[in-house]
Design a binder for this molecule. Structure first.
Ligand SMILES: [Zn+2]
Length: 351
C-alpha cells in the first residue's frame, strides 16, 4: 500500500505486522493434515522483504507487531531452537521496537520460564516496564504509541498444556478442560464434531481469570480516558474471523468482556494461516493475519507481510484499517475468508 497521507490526512503513527513466520532451516513440508505446503527455509526471505519494505516507507513504522510462531516446532527435535531464533532475530535488527506475541510454536521450542528470560519477552517496552502483575508469569502488557491510542498484548497460552510445568495449576486446568471436550487420545486431533467444539485441541489455549481481571482493569481505564484500544493475541477470538479449530478455548468469555468496553476497536491475531476478517455487532474489527509460512516462494505474497496500517486522526480510523487489509489482500489475488463465505477450511490443523 502507499504510505504517507490518506485522503490528505497525515497518519498519527504507522506500524508493521507479520504473523506465523515459523522459520526452520529444513526442506519444505506440509501441515499436520497434509493439505497445505509449508516453506520453512523461505520464510526468512519473506521477513527480509517485509523489513526492506518497512525500511523504505516514507513514514517509517513506529513499531512492529510479531504475532507469534516466529520459529517452527521442528527446530526442537533438531536441537536447533536457539540457532533458528537467532537467525530470525538478526533480521529484526534494523527494525524499530518489535512487540512479540507468543504462539504454540514458541512453546514447542521453549518453556515459559525460558521465554520470560528471552529476547521474545518485550514487556520492557510496555508503559510500566512490566506486564500483567499475576506472579509475573502471564505474558500480557500494554503500551500507548500516541495519546489516546493503546495496544494490549495478550497471552493465549496462559492456561495451556504447552510451556507449563506438568505440576502447575494451569497445566492441570488445561488437561481437565480439554479432556472434558475432546475424547481423542491425541489431543491435537479435534473432537469428532463440527462447529465451534473443534477448538478444544492441545495446540490452542485459553485465558485465566487472573488475566481477564487484569484486562478488565486496563480496558476500564481506557474507557475513562477515551482511548482507542487494539488488542493483539496469537489466537483469534471471533468465529467470524477464523476457522473454528483455531479459536481460543474460552474465546466467548474474552469476547463478551471486550464487547462491554467502548474503548476496544480492533482485535488482531495470527495462527490461522488463511487469515480472516469480521466486524462484530459492537463495531470491533477482528482481523486475523495470513501466515508467512504457507506463502510460496516467488509469489506475489508481500501483502501478507509488509503492509503498514495507518491509524489517522480521522473518525473512521479503524474502518480504514480493515479496508486497507482487505484491499491489499485482494490486490495480491488471494481471497480473504470473508470473501469466500461458506467455504469450509481444513488447512489449520496444528496451525
Ligand atoms: Zn499458531
Amino acid at each position: 500500500m502507499t504510505t504517507g497521507s490518506k485522503n490528505g490526512i497525515q497518519p498519527l503513527f504507522t506500524f508493521g505486522i507479520i504473523a506465523d513466520i515459523q522459520y526452520a532451516d529444513i526442506d519444505d513440508g506440509f501441515n499436520f493434515s497434509h493439505t497445505r505446503k509449508r516453506y520453512y527455509r523461505n520464510s526468512i526471505n519473506l521477513l527480509r522483504n517485509a523489513q526492506a519494505s518497512w525500511n523504505t516507507e516514507n513514514i517509517k513504522p513506529q513499531f512492529i507487531l510479531q504475532l507469534g510462531d516466529i520459529i517452527d516446532g521442528h527446530n526442537k527435535k533438531d536441537n536447533s531452537s536457539d540457532q533458528a531464533l537467532n537467525t530470525v532475530m538478526k533480521e529484526f535488527e534494523s527494525s524499530p521496537v518489535v512487540h512479540h506475541v507468543w504462539g504454540n510454536h514458541e512453546f514447542y521450542n521453549f518453556n515459559r520460564d525460558t521465554l520470560l528470560r528471552s529476547v521474545l519477552n518485550s514487556t520492557i517496552d510496555s508503559d510500566s516496564g512490566g506486564g500483567c502483575p499475576s506472579n509475573g508469569e502471564i505474558y500480557a502488557y500494554h503500551f500507548s504509541p500516541a495519546s489516546r491510542y493503546r495496544f494490549v498484548i495478550l497471552d493465549a497460552y496462559d492456561v495451556s498444556m504447552l510451556g507449563r510445568e506438568e505440576s502447575s495449576v494451569q497445566y492441570n486446568q488445561a488437561v481437565a478442560f480439554l479432556k472434558a471436550h475432546n475424547e481423542n487420545e491425541d489431543l491435537n486431533q479435534p473432537p469428532d464434531c463440527i462447529g465451534l467444539e473443534q477448538r478444544f485441541v492441545k495446540f490452542n489455549g485459553g485465558f485465566s481469570a487472573d488475566q481477564l481481571d487484569w484486562l478488565e482493569g486496563v480496558l476500564s481505564l481506557a474507557d475513562d480516558q477515551m482511548e482507542r484500544v487494539t488488542i493483539i493475541c496469537h489466537l483469534p477470538i471471533h468465529p467470524g474471523s477464523t476457522t473454528p479449530v483455531c479459536l481460543a478455548w474460552n474465546y466467548d468469555k474474552l469476547l463478551a468482556n471486550i464487547q462491554g468496553h467502548k474503548s476496544v476497536v480492533c482485535f488482531m491475531a495470527g495462527h490461522d494461516h488463511d487469515g480472516g476478517y469480521h466486524s462484530d455487532y459492537c463495531g470491533v474489527h477482528h482481523l486475523t493475519l495470513e501466515g508467512v509460512i504457507e506463502t510460496p516462494p516467488g509469489s506475489d505474497a508481500f501483502v501478507r507481510i509488509r503492509f503498514t496500517i495507518i491509524l489517522s486522526k480521522s473518525v473512521d480510523t479503524i474502518a480504514d484499517v480493515a479496508v486497507v487489509c482487505r484491499a491489499a489482500t485482494a490486490t495480491a489475488g488471494a481471497v480473504s475468508r470473508v470473501e469466500r463465505e461458506g467455504e469450509v477450511c481444513s488447512a489449520c490443523i496444528a496451525a
